[in-house]
Ligand binder design. Structure first.
Ligand SMILES: Nc1ncnc2c1ncn2[C@@H]1O[C@H](COP(=O)(O)OP(=O)(O)O)[C@@H](O)[C@H]1O
Ligand SMILES: [Mg+2]
Length: 328
């Protein structure tokens, strides 16, 4: 499975480029099913395709599919799942009324990131598509989503150590007083000190496996993290920040799409300054970011919209880069 992410700040062309990329891939690799999924809460993937999209996967061509993921729904499902799990795991803690915390959990920090991560996981696990293309939410969220598996693993390791200590103590009590028991709804429940039987440990291990799976996916050779940017000073800073913060989590940026590159033979005075800034930024980018391929895409006089125009965009501006890659 090949996975492509397109990251960058708003308005740089993530949706346009990812939609065009997915369309082009589906044309040139007819034997593969391609899914493009928008994970941006402010969806505009449908606008790019000039088609109405929803939270249900829509077939656009024989092998191209698209969806705008409903993240609010994802968050709700994630929380329901979480609380169901917690209720099962902590069955003996009846006083712990989880439903009361539901609303607070919805607004707890990081919940959006987990929902996006869940969405990614769902598509990857479904194994329905050979090529997955993700149009992502603004940079901040996405870099955190990509970092989440590794961060969560650090956490779960700590939690497992704590749990292990608790089970050790329980074992000591067992050695002195016999099995530890508690009463739940008139039923006597024996609390285990065996790691393999402890629900919380089982849950933590399962979670750890999931996060390892995602971490491996994000740093895999078949996962392509692309940053979309524009030839402007601020965009250059942003691009460098993304590269740095992802590299802390062993995630490499494969390509930079330098979009909206203004090409103008004798520029009129009003845009001369802009073009000078652009040229300076491009030079700086080439000097400062040496090991990542910078792929330029010109600013067009008209926004590409609809499958045909997106395909033309791919043929004219993205395909050359793809071909230069396969030649290598
Ligand atoms: N190379 C380009 N030339 C002309 N217009 C472009 C180009 N790339 C993107 N656009 C237009 O710029 C606007 C923002 O692009 P979009 O892909 O929606 O950005 P993002 O998803 O990063 O917010 C859209 O109207 C889009 O059609
Ligand atoms: Mg967008």
């Amino acid at each position: 499975m090949e996975i492509y992410f397109f990251l960058g700040k708003g308005g740089v062309g993530k949706t346009t480029i990812s939609a065009s990329f997915a369309t082009g891939k589906s044309k040139f690799e007819k034997d593969k099913k391609v899914l493009i999924a928008s994970l941006d809460p402010a969806h505009n993937l449908g606008d790019a395709f000039d088609i109405e999209l929803s939270n249900k996967i829509k077939k656009l061509t024989e092998n191209l599919f698209a969806i705008e993921v409903d993240l609010e729904k994802m968050i709700k499902e994630y929380l329901e799942d979480l609380s169901r799990n917690l209720k099962n795991t902590y069955r003996y803690l009846t006083s712990f009324n989880l439903d009361r915390y539901f609303d607070i959990l919805r607004y707890s920090p990081g919940i959006e990131e987990y929902a996006v991560l869940e969405a990614i996981k769902k598509f990857v696990e479904s194994k329905e598509y050979e090529i997955l293309v993700f149009d992502t939410p603004p940079t901040g969220i996405t870099t955190r989503v990509l970092a989440l598996p590794k961060l969560t693993l650090l956490w779960s390791k700590r939690l497992m150590n704590i749990r292990r200590k608790i089970l050790d103590r329980r074992k000591m009590v067992e050695n002195v007083k016999g099995k530890v028991e508690t009463i739940l709804e008139d039923e006597i429940i024996t609390l285990t000190s065996d790691e393999k039987e402890d629900q919380i440990m089982i849950e933590l291990l399962k979670y750890q496996k999931e996060m390892e799976f995602l971490m491996n996916i994000f740093s895999s050779e078949n996962t392509n993290i692309n940053v979309v940017t524009m030839p402007e000073d601020l965009a250059l800073f942003e691009t460098k920040r993304i590269i740095e913060s992802l590299s802390e989590f062993n995630i490499k940026v494969k390509n930079i799409y330098l979009n909206k590159y203004l090409i103008c033979e004798n520029p009129p005075d009003v845009i001369k300054g802009k073009i000078e800034e652009q040229d300076k930024v491009i030079e700086k980018m080439r000097n400062e970011i040496k090991d990542i391929k910078i792929k330029e895409i010109p600013l067009l006089s008209k926004s590409p919209r609809g499958i045909e125009e997106l395909l033309k965009f791919y043929d004219n501006y993205i395909l050359v880069w793809e071909q230069s890659e396969t030649k290598k």
